[in-house]
Design a protein around this ligand. Structure first.
Ligand SMILES: [Mg+2]
Length: 119
């Protein structure tokens, strides 16, 4: 069973994604605070991370950098409201596998994108 670490601070989105991902057969770990995110990556050893960018204390860019420095094999999918071209490019430059803009992807779409990583 693949484990997804969800790094997200919006309680509603946490609820939705936890349910959707578990229904799809993933194990889900959650962290809602940027400061705890890197520690959680070490503890949970996830197969993939679903990463918000706008987070309390430490933003998703720093977390993405830290994950990639720690273990380049962990796949990171950015899921953010930030959708400017420069932001998307920044995500890919930092090593994101995918960059999904929240307004353009339903939760089911997002889960489908995660499933594609493991085919
Ligand atoms: Mg956020």
């Amino acid at each position: 069973m693949k484990k997804i670490l969800l790094i997200e601070d919006d309680p509603l989105l946490i609820d939705i994604y936890r349910t959707k991902l578990e229904t799809a057969g993933f194990t889900v770990a959650i962290v809602n605070d940027g400061e705890k995110a890197l520690e959680a990556v070490g503890l949970e050893n996830p197969d993939a991370v679903l990463l918000d960018i706008v987070l309390p204390k430490v933003d998703g860019w720093e977390i993405l950098k830290g994950i990639k420095e720690k273990d380049n094999k962990i796949k990171v999918i950015v899921l953010s409201n930030l959708g400017q071209k420069e932001e998307v490019e920044k995500g890919f430059n930092l090593g994101a596998e995918k960059y999904l803009i929240k307004a353009n992807f339903t939760p089911s779409d997002v889960v489908a994108e995660i499933e594609k990583l493991f085919i």
